[in-house]
Design a protein around this ligand. Structure first.
Ligand SMILES: [Zn+2]
Length: 369
């Protein structure tokens, strides 16, 4: 059995080029294999989480502005919510207003679990995370894709934000992730239970999701509390597009190891009429590690890290989003109303900034630091 075949009945281990889901919950690979499994919660034991080092600070601040009312159809109960927000309210002014509301409600130093209002990014893409940790919802009339859960506590904010936009959490069909640290996927088990969605991840991230334990190869190994394990995780391969409902949502994974071994960036298109944007949810990629770790002592990992940065730099990218919103200046862009303005250099500049940090880190290691 290949190493990647261990991830249970939902795993898709064939060398197919895409994974396709339909609203009935079947999965189909391009080789014609069809699996149909209902997600069932496994035995999950509760784990107490605490904030620890990951990427940026974890301060807390009172949310100054009350949850901004949106003109999207609100349905906090969710029982009668439509699967997609009404297109009649899909106006630029609604989008701009919801974006300004987030910029007013959140600061760059907000904590990972600090509630913040959801907003429309562009077209069918929405921000549903907290002030400090991103979660991205990509919608379709027949079901949605959600990237990242936040912490276990933050996942409650994500669910509330999905409802506040008028969507049903149970209409989330696929759960994806950026990187396998507890501030981004600690709530994944809870979200899988809440939504009934299927979780897909890179092979390295899947191992962490299934065990709840950081990988030995993780530069931050030993720094984080264990996560509640996810019951089932499907494995995706590099270049294996995730499709929902054929001709519907299509997301391209870009494996970008560096910050973690299983880190994945995501690219997709969202449109308003004929006006489309290529959106990239680029992983953190920051060279943060435990005190004892040396990137220069792991040349293979370092080479993969640099390849990730080169890959990201070359990726078409109109709108850049990051797991920590401040890493890509999201609040400033929202305040200026420029988040959805195409900025082709976004990913290139982001990768360059991280490459500079990595170079500085390696130089420091060479100096004995
Ligand atoms: Zn991290």
């Amino acid at each position: 059995m290949a190493q990647d075949d261990i991830f249970g009945p939902q795993g898709v281990a064939s060398p197919a080029q895409s994974v396709t889901w339909n609203a009935q919950g079947d999965v189909r690979t391009t080789q014609g294999d069809v699996e149909s499994h209902k997600v069932t919660a496994g035995s999950l034991k509760g784990t107490k989480f605490s904030l620890g080092p990951c990427n940026t600070r974890s301060m807390s601040r009172a949310w100054r502005v009350a949850f901004a009312p949106l003109t999207f159809a609100l349905s906090l109960g969710g029982a009668t919510a439509p699967a997609a927000a009404p297109s009649s309210s899909d106006t630029a002014s609604d989008t701009a207003r919801s974006q300004r509301a987030w910029a007013a409600a959140c600061s760059d130093s907000d904590g990972w679990d600090q509630p913040g209002p959801p907003f429309r990014i562009f077209g069918n893409s929405y921000y549903v995370g907290t002030c400090g940790i991103a979660a991205i919802l990509i919608t379709s009339p027949k079901g949605h894709v959600l990237i990242d859960s936040g912490t276990e506590k933050g996942a409650d904010v994500v669910v509330a934000n999905i409802r506040a936009l008028g969507f049903r959490p149970t209409d989330v069909a696929i759960l994806l992730s950026s990187h396998e640290h507890f501030d981004h996927v600690g709530g994944m088990a809870k979200l899988q239970e809440t939504t009934g969605a299927r979780v897909f991840a890179s092979p390295a991230a899947a191992r962490v999701l299934l065990t709840g334990e950081d990988a030995l190869a993780d530069p931050q190994y030993g720094m984080h509390p264990p996560m509640r394990p996810v019951a089932r995780v499907g494995v995706i391969r590099e270049g294996q597009k995730v499709r929902y409902n054929r001709n519907g949502l299509v997301l391209t994974p870009l494996f970008t190891p560096g910050h973690t071994p299983g880190a994945t960036s995501w690219q997709w298109r969202s449109c308003v009429g004929q006006d489309c944007r290529t959106i990239v949810f680029a992983d953190s990629l920051s060279p943060v590690s435990s005190d004892a770790y040396r990137f220069s002592a792991h040349p293979g990992y370092l080479a993969a890290y640099r390849a990730s940065l080169a890959k990201l730099a070359a990726t078409p990218c109109d709108i850049l989003l990051t797991p920590h919103p401040s890493a890509s200046g999201m609040r400033e862009k929202l305040a200026k109303g420029s988040l959805a303005t195409p900025a082709p250099a976004s990913c290139r500049d982001y990768a360059k900034g991280i490459a500079d940090r990595l170079d500085a880190r390696i130089a420091k290691e060479a100096d004995g630091g």
